[in-house]
Design a protein around this ligand. Structure first.
Ligand code: ZN
Length: 141
């Protein structure tokens, strides 16, 4: 394993152990559930957004990959415009499927790039982003 793999592994373990933005947003404008039957991951995303995503949280009963991905997602989606968040979701999905544009600024999200070597885990990593897209596609409450 390379040093980079070690670093990425460390980021995933850290977010699995201490997930950021865990819980539910009060007065959420959008929410969605995500379910990945391949692994049994379930998660619930709530967010409050106007022009931008002001706050975003998640709850999950999920594997470490899905939980770490959700935790990292909340950090990277926050304060983005809805359009921007959609673009980031697409860039992330492309990365884990191995068709990513390396120019996209994914920050710490690159820690999950390794799942492309494990096709059965790709859904675990993309589930939180799909839930966000699903939430944003619904009319605000
Ligand atoms: Zn999973």
């Amino acid at each position: 394993m390379s040093d980079l793999d070690d670093l990425y592994q460390e980021i995933i373990l850290d977010h699995d152990r201490s997930p950021r933005n865990y819980g539910r947003v009060e007065n959420a404008t959008h929410s969605a559930e995500g379910y990945n039957p391949l692994c049994g991951d379930r998660l619930f995303v709530t967010l409050r957004a106007g022009e931008r995503i002001e706050e975003i949280r998640f709850e999950a009963q999920a594997c470490s990959i899905a939980k770490a991905s959700a935790s990292l997602m909340t950090l990277h989606a926050r304060e983005r415009t809805i359009d921007d968040a959609r673009k980031l979701a697409a860039a992330f999905e492309a990365m884990v499927r191995g068709s990513g544009d390396p120019a996209a600024d994914l920050g710490e999200l690159v820690a999950l790039a390794g799942v492309r070597r494990f096709p059965s885990r790709i859904r675990c990593a993309t589930l939180p982003w799909q839930a966000v897209l699903d939430a944003l596609s619904r009319s605000p409450r």
